[in-house]
Design a protein around this ligand. Structure first.
Ligand code: DUC
Ligand code: ZN
Ligand code: ZN
Ligand code: ZN
Length: 478
């Protein structure tokens, strides 16, 4: 099998950094060595097939984005990235594994939903992929089928306290599913927003003519997030189900999570780059010649952007340092302005919810290192190691050590990345939610299971390089 040596770089993991060379045999890391090691009398550089010079650069485990929605059906349309386009964009940005959400909708059989998801992804992905299962309304079928998914490598499922009539489960349904979670060890993932309350507030705003995208964030008040987060925590406490709250944006929700963890519960939270960088005030101010105030629809996602003045972003960065929030995923759910976001012209409730970020997560979080908000090691932990541990991939993913898959990013701290259309943008979208962001770093080389897929400013991988990965149970529980 082909051998590769990544030479002269600084290997960064969640636990430290050191000058080291990384030796790869085929798809697997076989050794992490002191620089310039001579093994059994042979200078490794001379003996391997390929040498990658990482001098002056960081060598990190490839990113694991545990929350993406390729092709998600939503509001009469579907997320604009296919598994092909979305995973290629992920590779460009240094993410080498995604965990996408297979969808079961009301009335559909879980296994039919899952089979459809396998069909969309198989043979199309640029990087490795795994699935969580969305349960759209818990019923007898889902309760019976969920335990059987563990053997299929699907060890977590997502429930919704929001979106009545679409994905929503009520408290009784959630309780029953959490009982299955407690019995099997599967992780319950929760979209924690009080949907019925939000829907009333949204209808009242629209009745008053408040239809601009900004009012999406007003309707989805932080109280609705805090309340649902608390309720999910108490149902987890009652059942013993491990709980992972997705896309946390309100500081009050973070406080709930911290409280539950202080009580010894297996309760975890993720946030997303949009909640660390973007705000409701910016959404209110957004305007363009083409769209006017509707420009703000590019930032309509749920949970919504929060007020900077109220301090949510600041609190979220702090929570990343204190481990009250354990990891960062994107909730990548892209929609174009033309034909998709514009469905909500005149009524923010009809704007498809989502932001596309799968390409930019590693860079955006690296900027937090440059800005002194997180350490280099914490960057790797938040974007790769913890996602791998949380979702049963660790050992193969999320780490640079012998036996791990050779999913590796060579990251250049002296490089620069300008984000936006015509600059760095490979997602299938007609705009960027991150237009104008400048990153003081650059993804240089990306290896997916030993194969170089991004080399400098060139994509050299192929459709279908990525394989479905079966996951074990969470390795993060107490
Ligand atoms: N939030 C989004 O922004 N998009 C899809 C689903 C969700 O919960
Ligand atoms: Zn959600
Ligand atoms: Zn989501
Ligand atoms: Zn810069």
């Amino acid at each position: 099998m082909a051998t590769t040596l990544i030479k002269g770089g600084t290997v960064v993991t969640a636990t430290g950094r050191s000058e080291a060379d990384v030796l790869i045999d085929g798809e697997t890391i076989v050794a992490v060595l002191a620089p310039g090691s001579v093994l059994l009398g042979t200078d490794l550089s001379a003996g391997v097939d390929t040498v990658i010079d990482a001098s002056g650069k960081y060598v990190i485990p490839g990113g694991v984005d545990a929350h993406t929605h390729m092709e998600l059906p939503f509001g009469g349309t579907a997320a604009s990235d296919t598994f092909e386009t979305g995973t290629r964009a992920a590779a460009w940005g240094g993410t080498t594994t995604i965990i996408d959400f297979a969808v079961q909708t009301y009335g559909q059989k879980v296994l039919d939903g899952l089979a459809a998801w396998h069909e969309k992804a198989a043979g199309n992905c640029a990087i490795d992929y795994a699935f969580h299962q969305i349960i759209g309304g818990v019923d007898d079928d889902s309760l019976a089928v969920l335990p059987t998914l563990v053997d299929e490598g699907i060890t977590s499922f997502k429930l919704f306290m929001a979106y009545p009539g679409v994905f929503y489960s009520d408290d009784a349904q959630i309780l029953k599913a959490m009982q299955v979670s407690a019995e099997t060890g599967m992780l319950t993932m929760m979209h924690a927003e009080n949907g019925p309350v939000i829907d009333v507030l949204a209808a009242q705003l629209v009745e008053k003519g408040k239809t601009d995208p900004y009012f999406h964030g007003i309707a989805r008040a932080w109280q609705a997030e805090e309340e649902a987060t608390h309720r999910a925590i108490m149902l987890s406490n009652l059942t013993g189900a491990p709980l992972y709250v997705v896309h946390v944006s309100a500081k009050q929700a973070v406080e709930q999570l911290a409280w539950a963890r202080d009580n010894g519960q297996n309760v975890f939270g993720e946030t997303c780059p949009q909640y660390l960088y973007l705000s409701l005030e910016e959404q209110l101010g957004a305007s363009s010649e083409e769209w006017g105030a509707f420009e703000g629809s590019k930032w309509v996602c749920s949970t919504p952007l929060r007020s900077r003045e109220e301090g949510h972003q600041h609190h979220m960065w702090q929570a990343l340092r204190t481990n009250d929030i354990q990891m960062v995923s994107t909730d990548h759910c892209p929609f174009c302005m033309k034909g998709q976001k514009e469905l909500g012209l005149g009524d923010f409730r009809k704007i498809p919810n989502g932001i596309g970020s799968v390409e930019h997560r590693m860079d955006l979080m690296y900027q937090g290192v440059v800005n002194g908000q997180i350490s280099l090691e914490r960057w790797v932990e938040l974007t790769s190691t913890t996602p791998a541990r949380m979702f049963g991939l660790y050992g193969k993913k999320g780490v640079i050590q012998p036996g791990a898959d050779a999913d590796i990013v060579v990251y250049d701290p002296n490089g620069h990345t300008s984000i936006g259309l015509g600059k760095t943008h490979h997602m299938n979208m007609d705009h960027s939610a991150w237009e104008g962001f400048e990153i003081d770093g650059h993804v240089d080389t990306v290896l997916s299971r030993g194969k170089v897929v991004v080399d400098g400013n060139q994509y050299i991988g192929s459709q279908g390089d990525g394989k479905f990965v079966k996951r074990g149970l969470s390795q993060y529980l107490i």
